[in-house]
Design a protein around this ligand. Structure first.
Ligand code: CMC
Length: 447
């Protein structure tokens, strides 16, 4: 009897040769290495997948974050982001991301103790900070100083040792807010503030940022809670640009400080973690509500983007943006309403009714309202991506830990499609044809 059961495979016919191939399908994917058997001749290298920007390429198998961009779903370890934002704390969510389960009371207490007791940095870090120019961007400082941490902890190179990995995770989550606050205070010329153990993780960060001459800094509870929720919302987002950068760098076997510094550098870009800062610049440039239609028209004509809108994966309202919009109102009740909020609301209203944005499935993303909240809390614009980075560290570390332990992972090394010159012979400089240089345009720097 013929086998009629569905087969988990893909049959492709190469029309260049007429040959057919059966390629196994596993968990909804084919292994692109299986395409290499498809050749036009024995010397042929074999078929490659070409996917700039990784639109349709899975780089790993992961159990950390689930995301359905069409339905607007985001879950960490199976827990919906809405529930975590409402009921959890950032440190508990960090535990969840890294360990895979929610902690019981005792475990959470130990975890919190361990993170809190890793907030101090080596005193030499102050010299490092002082070496940056007074106007250095805090994100540049953060990238540099996270990388520098690797030089303080040589034991971090032992990436295959579970105990060492756990220690580096605690150190990194503990020290990032300290470095972040130091980078801000350096740019302001303020003395650095030591961590305060009596405060929560987020309260302590606010203290290291804003404490002046008072004996004990008391964070505003509403703002502290809002920032804690924002950290939860940023804690992981599966294989985004910075996480992929971190995994690629980590795949070389380097220590986690260097890998996290790479993730942080990727996050710095305006299309990624820098977008929240770009939203405020955009709103300020628009200037007032009356100018919004003209601005939307210019975006539609290709003169720039509506920052804080659109996402590679979400083709629906970003679930994080929904939560952030609610928080924005709570924060503004405390701090007073910013005129930029009204502009953002109007911009969103108009964009969501405009066919240009609707047909391209462009909705507000996590960065559209977060910058407004940060600004209301008193953070300067250039600290916005730094705040994103503080939130993302547990996610990066969960992804790094998973990557290091994944027996299928190899050093990241994509292929290319070479379009350059064929082999040619080196000619001595005297024999090369003379290139005519336009004297008027001659500019030695551009050669
Ligand atoms: N404003 C206007 N048009 C846009 C925008 C936007 N924000 N985003 C995408 N488009 C258009 C784009 O011009 C293109 O149109 P067409 O098909 O006519 O050429 C179409 O939508 C698809 O855009 P794409 O650039 O191919 O999409 P992508 O998946 O490569 O880019 C994105 C995703 C987030 C980089 C992009 O939407 C964007 O630049 N948004 C603004 C920056 C931003 O808010 N970034 C934060 C992302 S969320 C935080 C994070 O996870 O990093």
């Amino acid at each position: 009897m013929a086998d009629t059961s569905p087969r988990n495979s893909l049959t492709v016919t190469d029309n260049r040769t007429g040959l057919s191939y059966d390629i196994p399908i596993e968990q909804g994917a084919i292994r692109t290495l299986d395409l290499r058997q498809i050749k036009v001749s024995p010397e042929d290298f074999g078929l490659l997948g070409y996917d700039p920007g990784y639109f349709n390429t899975a780089s790993c198998k992961s159990s950390i974050t689930f995301l359905d961009g069409d339905k607007g779903i985001l879950r960490y370890r199976g827990y919906p982001i809405e529930q975590l934002a409402e009921k959890s704390t950032f440190l508990e969510t960090a535990y969840l991301l890294i360990k895979g389960v929610l902690p019981d009371k005792e475990r959470l207490a130990v975890w919190t103790y361990n993170i809190r007791h890793n907030t101090l940095t080596h005193a030499n870090m102050i010299k490092f900070m002082d070496g940056f120019r007074y106007d250095a961007h805090p994100m540049g400082i953060l990238v540099g100083t996270i990388g520098a941490l690797s030089t303080f902890y040589a034991d971090a190179k032992d990436i295959n040792n579970e105990e060492s990995r756990k220690l580096q995770v605690r150190r990194l989550i503990g020290k990032i807010p300290t470095l972040a606050a130091m980078s801000y205070r350096h740019s302001m010329g303020y003395p650095y503030v030591l961590p305060d153990d009596d405060l929560s993780y987020t309260g302590n960060f606010l203290s290291m940022m804003f404490k002046m001459t008072e004996m004990h800094y008391k964070p505003n509870l509403i703002l502290e809670h809002a920032l804690d929720v924002l950290f939860i919302l940023h804690a992981d987002h599966e294989q985004n640009c910075s996480t992929s950068a971190l995994r690629a760098v980590g795949s070389s076997g380097v220590d986690p400080y260097s890998a996290v510094a790479a993730g942080c550098a990727a996050l710095y870009g305006p299309l990624h973690g820098g977008a929240n800062e770009a939203v405020i610049h955009m709103l300020k440039k628009i200037g007032s509500i009356e100018n919004i239609p003209a601005f939307i028209k210019s975006v539609k004509e290709g003169e720039g983007r509506l920052m804080g809108f659109g996402h590679r994966v979400y083709k629906n309202y970003d679930p994080r943006a929904k939560i952030i919009k609610k928080i924005a109102f709570q924060v503004f009740e405390e701090t007073g309403r910013s005129p930029l909020l009204d502009m953002a609301l109007e911009l969103e209203r108009i964009a969501l009714e405009d066919d240009f944005f609707v047909s391209r499935k462009l909705y507000p993303n996590v960065d559209f309202y977060s910058g407004l909240i940060y600004q209301a809390m008193g953070f300067p614009l250039d600290m916005f991506p730094v705040l994103f980075a503080i939130g993302r560290v547990p996610g990066w570390l969960a992804q790094w830990t998973e990557h290091v332990q994944d027996p299928e992972q190899k050093i990241a090394r994509p292929r290319q499609i070479y379009l350059g010159e064929e082999q040619r012979d080196y000619t001595p400089i005297e024999q090369r044809p003379k290139n005519r240089i336009d004297e008027k345009k001659f500019d030695i720097c551009r050669l």
